[in-house]
Every structure is written in structure tokens, then in C-alpha cells.
Design a binder for this molecule. Structure first.
Ligand code: NAD
Length: 356
């Protein structure tokens, strides 16, 4: 059955990197039997410029109908003065919550060819391959009450860290299932010594774990997890954690691989539908120059092929092609360590050539 992919280029380098990822999808359509339709829509600052809001109803409806969404990046200085409620980044939260994309998968894989790019010693990160699963639609980023108000003559800010049992259970299942497909080790990260909400988190994850006797479950406090990620990152296989802890830890893990331009992500609902995007932003400092690294977006296509389009075979081919171009010495400026580099289009060309 033909599946549909909605492409949301967004802002800054978004359109430049998405163009290359789209070429990869089109190549797979034409030469590898990938049966998908591709459609584009506006999101973020591009949508604000044209419609006044970051997530137009038309885009949201198209995203709801699609089997998968490929997003570039949103945001930039042009829209920073707008009220926070209509800034480009609001589109991301809107898409995540409206599509119920509760599981954010962020692999942090170090390509051996890029070992020198990591800020840690090569021996600590060589062969690094960990997966962080962050709960994406609950926790303190969404809890009520929230806001800043006047209390006893001074301003007081409040956010609420809240998780229901069912929210914890579904992300725990996602964690155990992912671990089953990897090295069968799951570390649940919480702050159960201080926060009651994460005490519940720990209890529910432990209970769900009884359904996965083949997965070794461990628990870690978030402060220790932050330290262990820097001290000995290879001890982890899969980490599952809440929205805010996951936000912070996954950025730290990403940087262990030395290059933000290489890392993809998937945000999934309960039925395998997903939104796929590089973990980096719109990089206004290099936007328009045609020099951005498209590999994180191309690797996001690989995740899409695996998790939403049921074409793990093609996902492997795309990942292999990325390895081949790195072996061949192709580097965009961010991973060139000052040596000769190619532009965004040439990197796209090289990946497509490696797929042939
Ligand atoms: P950023 O990730 O855009 O850029 C950080 C640094 O990494 C910059 O020096 C940039 O040039 C570089 N970089 C990022 N992606 C690159 C790539 N593919 N190739 C080469 N270099 C790359 O983060 P920022 O500067 O903090 O944010 C810029 C804008 O992006 C802000 O408006 C922010 O809100 C937005 N943002 C959007 C998303 C998203 O759309 N998911 C995520 C993070 C930030």
C-alpha cells in the first residue's frame, strides 16, 4: 500500500538539508521500490511569514493524515521578538502533542571515521552506540498550573512536573521494546530520591519490566546519569527518561559524538507513526550558504524507513551509504576539522551515488 510522507522544510538551513533528504527518498522511490507519496507544507517562521501562525491548520491536518513527517528545523532571529505563544518553535510542541508523539528516540552513534571530532578521549567514545528515549508529551513541559504571577507583592514562577501511570507505562514499553532489539539493557533515569512523581515513574517502570524478563533493567538518578554519560558513556545501551531529563541528557549524549550535524531523531506515537528530524536547529549563522551538513536529516530518513515505512532493508542501505561517504573522505565543514570540505549538495550527491 502506498504510504504518505509530509515534508516540512521549515527555516534557516531546514530547506537546504531537507532538499538533500528528499532527493534520497526520491532516489529510493525510483530505484529501490519505495512506495511513498511526498507532499510539502509550511511550518515555523516560513508559516508565520505566509499565514501569521507557526502551525497552520492545513499543515496540522496534513501531518495527521500522513504516515510520517520529515521536518528540517524551525526558528531564527527574524522571529525572536514575537510573543512566545506564536514563535516558530511553538509549531514543534503543537505537532508533538497533536500527533501524540510521546516517544522521542535519539540515537547517539559515533561513526569511527569521526572519532577525533568528539570532545571526549577517543577510547571513551570509540564504538559508542546508545539510544536515549525521552518522553515527549508530558512532564514539566506540559504540566498545569504554569506561569508567572504576583504573590505577596513579588513575582512567583511555577511549572508542574506531572506524570500519570498510563503515560509512564507507555514510554516504559517503548524503552523495553527498543532494548529488546538492541543489547537488552535498559536504564531508567529519574530523581526518585527527591521527586514523588519520579518515585511513581520508578515503580511503574519496574512493574512494566516484569513483562520483559529478557531485558536487564537498572535505575539511575539523573545527576549520576549526567556524570556517567561523560565518565563512561559506553556502559549504556538504552536510556528511558522523562521529558526534561531526556531533553538535557540527549543533548549531552549527542555531543559525545562530536557533531550535531550527524544526529537524527524520531518522535513516535503508539501506532508507529512518526515525525523525523535532525536534532540540530535552523543554524541561522550558516543558513543560505549551502554548507550545512545534511547527514542528520538523511539519517532521519533512515529512521523513518525503519519505524514508520516498514523498510528496514532500505534504512540499512541509507545508513551504510552514509558510512561509505565518510570512508570516501567526504566532509561538510562542521566535521572537516579544518580540512577540505564539500557543500550540502555535494554531500547529497555522494550519498545517492553510494546508494547506487
Ligand atoms: P543550532 O543547532 O541551529 O546551531 C548550533 C550550531 O551548530 C551553529 O553554529 C550551527 O551553525 C551548527 N549547526 C547546526 N546544524 C548544523 C548542520 N546541519 N551542519 C553544520 N552546522 C550545523 O542551534 P541554535 O543556534 O541554538 O538555534 C538556532 C535556531 O534554531 C533557534 O531559533 C532555535 O530556537 C532553533 N532550534 C530549532 C530546533 C528544531 O527545529 N528542532 C532545535 C533547536 C533549535
Amino acid at each position: 500500500m502506498t504510504q504518505s510522507v509530509l515534508v516540512l522544510p521549515g527555516d534557516g538551513i531546514g530547506p537546504e538539508i531537507v532538499a538533500q533528504a528528499k532527493r534520497v527518498l526520491e532516489h529510493l522511490q525510483q530505484h529501490h521500490g519505495l512506495d511513498v507519496t511526498l507532499e510539502e507544507a509550511l511550518v515555523g517562521g516560513a508559516a508565520i511569514d505566509s499565514t501569521g501562525i507557526p502551525l497552520p491548520e492545513e499543515t496540522l491536518q496534513k501531518a495527521k493524515c500522513a504516515d510520517a513527517v520529515l521536518l528540517g528545523a524551525v526558528g531564527g532571529p527574524k522571529w525572536e521578538a514575537l510573543d512566545i505563544s506564536i514563535r516558530p518553535e511553538k509549531a514543534l510542541l503543537g505537532l508533538r502533542s497533536q500527533l501524540e508523539l510521546f516517544a522521542n528516540l535519539r540515537p547517539a552513534v559515533l561513526y569511527p571515521q569521526l572519532a577525533e571530532a568528539s570532545s571526549l578521549k577517543a577510547e571513551l567514545v570509540a564504538g559508542l552506540d546508545i539510544l536515549i528515549i525521552r518522553e515527549l508529551t508530558g512532564g514539566i513541559y506540559f504540566g498545569q498550573p504554569r506561569g508567572v504571577s504576583e504573590v505577596n507583592g513579588e513575582k512567583v514562577g511555577v511549572n508542574t512536573y506531572v506524570y500519570s501511570e498510563s503515560e509512564i507505562r507507555r514510554i516504559a514499553h517503548a524503552g523495553f521494546k527498543a532494548a529488546q532489539k538492541r543489547n537488552k539493557r535498559l536504564c531508567s533515569v529519574d530523581k526518585a530520591n527527591v521527586l514523588e512523581v519520579t518515585e511513581l515513574w520508578r515503580d511503574v517502570v519496574t512493574e512494566v519490566g516484569k513483562e520483559y524478563p529478557d531485558v536487564e533493567l537498572s535505575h539511575m538518578y539523573v545527576d549520576n546519569a549526567a556524570m556517567q554519560l561523560i565518565r563512561e558513556p559506553k556502559q549504556f545501551d538504552v536510556i528511558v527518561t522523562g521529558n526534561m531529563f531526556g531533553d538535557i541528557l540527549s543533548d549531552a549524549a549527542a555531543m559525545l559524538t562530536g557533531s550535531i550535524g550527524m544526529l537524527p531523531s524520531a518522535s513516535l506515537d503508539a501506532n508507529g507513526k512518526g515525525m523525523y528530524e535532525p536534532i540540530h536547529g535552523s543554524a541561522p549563522d550558516i543558513a543560505g550558504g549551502g554548507v550545512a551538513n545534511p547527514l542528520a536529516t538523511i539519517l532521519s530518513v533512515a529512521m523513518m524507513l525503519r519505524f514508520s515505512l516498514q523498510r528496514a532493508d532500505l534504512a540499512e542501505q541509507v545508513e551504510k551509504a552514509v558510512g561509505v561517504v565518510l570512508d570516501q573522505g567526504y566532509r561538510t565543514a562542521d566535521i572537516a576539522a579544518g580540512n577540505e570540505s564539500v557543500n550540502t549538495q555535494a554531500m547529497g550527491d555522494a550519498v545517492i551515488a553510494a546508494l547506487k
